[in-house]
Structures are given as C-alpha cells and as structure tokens.
Design a binder for this molecule. Structure first.
Ligand SMILES: [Zn+2]
Length: 209
C-alpha cells in the first residue's frame, strides 16, 4: 500500500471512530508508518476535528527520535506523538498505532500510582482475545496500565521503561488509566481489528465492576 492509500485508510478510520464516539472533538490520534521510508511515521496533526479529518491533516515524524520531518504550514504533531514514537521504535514490525478515548476505558479504575508508573492488570479469558492471536483456552493474560501523567512525554518514558524491564507486551495494546487505549498492528487493518477487540474487552471489564 502506498502512502496516500495509507493516509486515506487512516482518515476513514478517524471518521468511523468519531461516529462511534471514540474520538470526540480533537481527542485521540492515529498514525501509520511511512511505507517507503520506514524511518518515519505519519500522525494526525494537533487540534484537528476527528470527524472532519482530511488526508492533508497529517505530519511526518522520525520513528527513532520523534523529531518533525515534514508538515504542511500551520500543522503541529499531536501532543501524544511521543507515545507513538516509542511504540514504533520499540517494535520495528509495527505499521500502525491507534489511540482513542472511549467512555468504557474511562470507567475502569485500577489505582495505578504516579510513583509506580504502570501496573499489570489481569484480563478475563474471554473469546475476543483470540483477535490478539492468543488461542489458549484459559490464558493467564495481563495488560499494561499506565498512570496518566499530565506531561505526556513522561507517559512515553514510562512505556519505554516497560519495554526495557518487561519486554514487548503479550497483548498488542496498552491502557492509560482515565484516558484511553493505544493499540498497534503490522498493518492499519490489523491495528483496527485489535482496537475493536480491545474496545469489546474493556466494555466487558467495565460492566463487571
Ligand atoms: Zn489521548
């Protein structure tokens, strides 16, 4: 898939997620690795309404250091670009990262402390986790949940620390408490499949409280 087709696909998802109430107003951010230059990724620009996003509303950022590579005039990278940068740099096979703010994910409370930064939270062994490529009947799965620091690069640093200490998460997503999930996949389609499954999983978890 070329770059324009990739950006068109992500733009379509932005409109879809807006209609599902996953990206109200300017909330959330979506990105795709540049198919020709794997060294950079394209992410939704800051302050763009996700229901009206256009293919020109993306900026290009270096996957290795997060510096701005290319942007149309007046466009700035999203404040949460640092989180995408860590994910692309830690997982070279990842082609897309999607981050949304869903109501159900905000209903879940795990009490992750600021000082600890993150915590592993058990996931119920329900059918939907097969969407993550996990086929064990009763898997002992956990998901990483991070403290929602106001200073977003601090969250990104905690995610980097997680990868260093714990390795790559067994599930293709993480949750920032009181904020929302971020998923990844080899392709945009795979990341979208993961996000739909995460949404279902978090809905179930929120209803069990
Ligand atoms: Zn966010």
């Amino acid at each position: 898939m070329d770059l324009i087709s990739s950006l068109q696909e992500v733009t379509k998802l932005s409109h879809l997620y807006y209609s599902r109430q996953w990206m109200f107003a300017t909330a959330g951010n979506l990105s795709t690795r540049d198919p020709s230059t794997k060294e950079q990724f394209w992410i939704t620009a800051s302050g763009k309404h996700k229901g009206e996003l256009k293919v020109t509303d993306f900026v290009s950022v270096s996957a290795s250091d997060g510096s701005l590579v290319q942007a149309n005039e007046g466009l700035k990278p999203s404040a949460e670009t640092s989180i995408h940068q860590v994910l692309y740099s830690q997982m070279p096979e990842v082609g897309s990262c999607l981050h949304v703010h869903t109501i159900d994910s905000n209903l879940l409370e795990f009490g992750v402390e600021k000082a600890e930064g993150y915590r592993e939270i058990p996931i119920p062994p329900i059918e939907i986790i097969k969407a993550f490529g996990i086929w064990d009947e009763k898997p002992n799965l956990t998901m990483p949940v991070f403290y929602n620091h106001t200073h977003v690069p601090t969250i990104a640093n905690e995610i980097k620390r997680y990868f260093t200490v714990e390795g790559i998460p067994k599930v293709p997503f993480l949750l920032i408490e009181g904020h929302g999930p971020t998923v990844w996949g080899k392709t945009i389609a795979e990341a979208n499949k993961h996000l739909e499954a995460v949404h279902f999983l978090l809905q179930v978890m929120a209803r069990r409280i």
